[in-house]
Design a protein around this ligand. Structure first.
Ligand code: SF4
Length: 454
């Protein structure tokens, strides 16, 4: 061929060619925090997510740090084994236990959560979730006083008065302000931030304070008193100026805030663990939920907890559907009993009560008290986790599982109880939590039906 016969390449031919295994996953869901943003556009190259359009800094870290672990699919006492061998060992442990506890569940799909509850029911154990160490007090308060609620979509489209109480969404839920609450333009708040008044109540000036119109820096451990002072003002009762000595907030400021709350068309209180895990715990949540209820004498108000883990709200929902209670449920008598403190995992482990544990997608060895960790180390445990967590390191049987939302499909609940489907980015060689739990459940049922039962 002569040089004259060579056709110059076209612009299209000169453009960089995408790798053969490059793909875009639209409308994917980030499961890192309770916002569960479902507008991700992921660029996936092989087994790596290289771009995550719309993700915040936490979401990007979640997607970019995910890679397939170089770990065996399962281990028994640290020895690599097949899934099949590990399923049998897990079923043996759970069937021979007298006081098994199932814990975690907030970072997995609802489908897996449901099987975990079923296993606990078959073996007469206790099922508990990470709610017991975060918004457990709110779960108790819902049962006591109810919840005036709405979706985040309603807050986006309607809320013109927002109170963030005991939380720091700017850092813990970075897209909450921009996607759901403070900034977005909504149907009845067309000017976005300009149409909304924001109050932040906290014991310290966090990054979120900058975004608020009123920052009420309350004295530590005075949330209950502040909530009741606001309840009194909502009902038109007299509040003594001495409330400032108790809460650190002048009565005049409280009256001003209450005036704005009454004039609002739609108000929302969004509360975090700074309220639920301080002195008063569930009675703090009760006071704030009751305040939202009281405000409906004047205008529309709601109160919602700001949930942390990606599917902790799903865990509450699934455990509630199946047992009637949200966490800390004992099934040993063949019917559910709810008693936080008695059947919450950190407490029963610290008292040395459980003799086996099934831990799903959680790392209690990194955050429980020392007595609870010591006991967990002593008893037989089965751990499902994509990573070699501190809890997986001490497990009797450890399963390496795929990551929900990145490798496996399923359903998660956003913090406002709205179910969201997952669109995974790429396959994993490891089984999902659902598949592992289902296989364990099958073995347990086969053995129980064959007469080897508790
Ligand atoms: S706000 Fe939460 S769910 Fe949304 S992208 Fe950030 S980490 Fe993910």
């Amino acid at each position: 061929m002569s040089i004259a016969e060579i056709t110059p390449p076209t612009t299209t031919e000169l453009a960089p060619k995408p790798a053969a295994d490059l793909k875009i996953v639209s409308d994917a869901t980030c499961t890192f925090c309770g916002c569960v943003c479902d507008d991700m556009e992921l660029t996936v190259e092989g087994n790596k997510i290289t771009k995550a359009k719309n993700a915040c800094v936490l979401g990007k870290a979640w997607f970019f740090n995910h890679h397939i672990e170089d770990r065996p699919e399962a281990t028994i006492e640290g020895r690599p084994v097949s899934y099949e061998e590990a399923f049998d060992a897990a079923a043996d442990i759970l069937l021979s236990a007298r006081y098994p506890v199932t814990y975690g569940l907030s970072d997995t799909t609802c489908e897996a959560q449901r099987v975990a509850v079923a296993i606990t029911d078959w073996i007469g154990g206790t099922v508990d979730t990470t709610t017991s160490v975060c918004h457990g007090p709110s779960g108790m308060a819902f049962q006591a006083v109810g919840e005036v609620t709405c979706s985040l979509g309603e807050i986006k489209n309607r809320a013109d008065f927002l109170i963030f109480w005991g939380g720091n969404p700017a850092e813990s839920h970075p897209r909450h302000f921009t996607k759901y609450s403070l900034m977005p333009e909504g149907e009845f708040v067309p000017n976005g931030r300009k149409d909304r008044t924001a109050v932040l109540i906290d014991v310290r000036k966090t990054k979120s304070a900058k975004a608020a119109d009123y920052f009420l820096q309350i004295k530590p451990r005075s949330d209950f008193e502040l909530a009741w002072a606001l309840r009194a003002l909502a009902k038109g009762l007299t509040v003594e100026p001495s409330i400032e000595e108790v809460t650190g907030i002048p009565l005049k400021t409280l009256e001003e805030v209450m005036g704005g709350m009454k004039r609002a068309k739609f108000g929302a209180i969004l509360f975090g663990m700074g309220l639920t895990m301080t002195r008063g715990k569930h009675i703090n949540s009760e006071a704030v939920l009751s305040l939202a209820r009281d405000m409906n004498q004047h205008t529309r108000w709601v109160a919602k907890p700001m949930r942390g883990h990606g599917n902790v709200t799903g865990a509450d929902n699934v455990v509630s559907w199946t047992t009637g209670y949200p966490f800390g449920v004992n099934l040993n008598r063949g019917y559910p009993r709810f008693n936080p403190g008695e059947w919450t995992t950190s407490d029963l482990l610290a008292r040395g009560e459980a003799d086996a544990a099934l831990i799903v997608a959680s790392d209690p060895m990194s955050n429980f008290s020392q007595p609870a960790r010591d006991h967990l180390r002593r008893i037989k445990s089965i751990v499902l986790d994509p990573k070699l967590s501190e809890t997986a390191k001490v497990a009797t049987v450890a399963f390496t599982t795929s990551v929900y939302g990145i490798n496996t499909a399923g359903t998660v609940y956003r913090m406002d109880d709205v179910p969201i489907p997952l669109r995974p980015a790429f396959d994993s060689p490891f089984k999902s939590d659902f598949e592992v739990l289902k296989a364990i459940e099958t073995r347990i049922r086969q053995r129980q039906l064959a007469g080897q039962s508790r």
